[in-house]
Design a protein around this ligand. Sequence first.
Ligand code: FAD
Ligand code: NAP
Length: 347
Amino acid sequence: MRVFKDVNLANYHTFGVSVQSAWFAEVSRLTDLLTLLRSGVHPTLVLGEGSNVLFTRDFPGLVIKNAMSGKSLMPDPTDPHRVVVEVASGENWHAFVRWTLEQNLGGLENLSLIPGTTGAAPVQNIGAYGVELADVLQELEVLELHTGKLLRLKAADCGFGYRTSRFKGEWKDQFLITRLFFALSSQQHQLHTAYGDIESHLGGIPPEQRTPQQVSEAVMAIRRSKLPDPAQLGNAGSFFKNPETDRDTRDALLKKYPDLVSFPLRENRFKVPAAWLLDKAGWKGKSIGRVACHTSQPLVIVNTGGASGLEILDFAVTVAADIREKFGFRLEPEVNIFPSGAWPEGD
Ligand code: FAD
Ligand code: NAP
């Protein structure tokens, strides 16, 4: 393992902004990680593939780029239709999903083509097309950063919710997730095809003949047709979470905007797609300087070339303020912004 000084992070995150890290190390072995932690450099920041971060200034400590690899599977002793799959946290998420599909395992197909590492997936409980990580994750192994102890956690104890977990809340920056354990189906797959355009992409294949691989192909085709490739246009996926509201507020908005889109959640609660709000407010494809809301999916804020982290932050703050003024919703960033106090309180 080599530790580098004054490293530009532009190639290590998908917004591609130019910021310096005081120290930088790529870690593929647990023993190297423990050595690094004993060096006492602070603060530390664990980085996967940087597809959900926005740096607004230089990082004064040590960036630990996770490159731990390896995966295996074993029968689930409690269920003959399932297998337990173990994966190291530095593996690429989509490559891991495709590997499970090659083994004819079901459960991760709707989460195809999400960028990033497996180890970051629990941080925001990644989700797409009606499925989220928490539906299939059983356990995790984590390294407690200040003690160097390895712990096993049950998924049920991680506080998973809509694009959130305790790793984003009270456990923030305390653990490095080292390994994940999934329960995946080897037979009798439960496929989720009701969401969005998946059904139409399956092209009339009778339900009993559908496979997890076909659902994955459908999800990949939909995503490729709509979402910008970060290698071409810097972005970190959806910048904001979808806001939630109560029935009365939803109904009042519906009177004003009969084309309002909303989805029922729990009792009397509704999700309003942030993308609909942005589109209605005229942000789709709109730019200020070198930052824009994407032309097909306005929830994705893009770096159109050479923008700084502060320019992207300013743009997002302007967008959020406009949505608050027009609709009363307070948009909350989904992207992890560094330093963590950079997002203005109350916006
Ligand atoms: P990073 O950006 O490197 O890190 C994200 C956060 O996790 C940081 O706070 C970091 O410190 C922490 N972290 C990283 N690794 C670890 C670890 N091993 N242990 C502890 N903490 C860690 N997300 C979805 O949920 N659904 C989608 O459909 C989706 N689509 C996307 C599409 C595009 C085009 C892009 C660019 C992003 C999309 N995202 C989506 C967001 C992103 O892909 C996920 O959040 C992903 O899990 C981030 O992985 P990463 O390795 O890049 O994490
Ligand atoms: P979409 O299908 O155009 O849908 C727009 C929004 O409506 C989504 O935010 C979605 O909420 C919601 N929605 C649509 N159909 C729904 C249904 N049947 N039930 C409940 N909610 C529904 O969205 P998209 O931008 O093309 O993305 C497709 C999927 O990929 C979504 O699940 C989205 O979350 C995920 N995605 C996430 C990111 C990210 O960075 N987090 C980036 C790209 C795509 P949900 O978001 O809650 O599903």
